[in-house]
Design a protein around this ligand. Structure first.
Ligand code: ZN
Length: 260
């Protein structure tokens, strides 16, 4: 990817970080909270290949943005999807097109690079990769399968992203050739037992977490209000509660004693 485009993406991230007051350099699963500030996020577990999607729909005469995240995927994949959709919501492609002369690169490529730059800042990626290689007494040249597996798994856990994102990033930053991406991926996937062992021995708690979450922010509260004010038929409210695994339990507007 051309340098001007990458620079524009990095500049865009800096602007957004300042605007949104994003202080932590490594975003990881904080990306969900950042995304929720920008649009309506639907979390739902579907036994399907889809990772997620982004749509714009008119609501009360205004265009609103919606993002869907498939929670049947492991956490690092959901983080990746959320950051990718955040790129669409923030319209990073528009910024790049407005700021780079004669830019006619595919939108998905811009958003893909945004996702990588946002979740794995260049300097820190270099630093952490170097640190981990030094820990494994790497002395230059090609990598053994063991060191590669350790390096990729370490970085996956550090940034909370999928293996293919780390491997692609190694290529983007010039550590491996484009041809090596597929080879690295194959070797990585062929060594599942070693991967599991590395996670266990290093206690990498961020990786491969999966929980079927069914959620839209404020849904429980909103349903209670709708129910109270009889704005929808009871059977519809019950259907939504069932689909989102919401029990009626303690009403959200109950008051709890607190002195502050
Ligand atoms: Zn996309």
């Amino acid at each position: 990817m051309e340098k001007e485009i990458v620079s524009a993406i990095q500049k865009f991230i800096k602007i957004k970080r300042d605007e949104e007051n994003i202080l932590n350099i490594i975003v990881r699963d904080d990306v969900f909270a950042i995304l929720e500030k920008e649009c309506c996020v639907l979390y739902y577990s579907l036994d399907d290949d889809i990772d997620g999607c982004h749509i714009c729909k008119p609501l009360n005469g205004e265009m609103k943005q919606f993002v869907y995240i498939n929670t049947s995927k492991v956490l690092q994949e959901q983080v990746w999807t959320a950051a990718h959709e955040l790129g669409h919501v923030w319209k990073v492609d528009q910024y790049v097109q407005d700021n780079v002369a004669n830019c006619n690169i595919d939108i998905e490529k811009i958003v893909g690079r945004f996702t990588a730059e946002f979740l794995m800042p260049t300097e820190i990626f270099y630093l952490e990769a170097g640190r981990r290689l030094a820990y494994n007494k790497y002395a230059g040249g090609s990598l053994t399968v063991e060191i590669m597996m350790d390096l990729v798994t370490y970085l996956m856990n550090y940034f909370c992203v999928p293996a293919k994102a780390i491997i692609k990033r190694l290529e983007e930053l010039g550590n491996i050739t484009e041809k090596s991406i597929q080879i690295y991926l194959k070797v990585f996937n062929d060594n599942k037992a070693l991967y599991d062992q590395i996670i266990r021995e290093n206690q990498y708690t961020r990786l491969d977490k999966q929980e079927d979450v069914y959620k839209i922010a404020n849904l429980k509260n909103d349903l209670e209000l709708i129910e109270k004010q009889h704005l929808a038929k009871d059977k519809y409210i019950q259907v939504v509660r069932k689909k989102f695994h919401i029990n009626s339990g303690t009403p959200m507007n109950s008051e709890l004693d607190y002195k502050g």
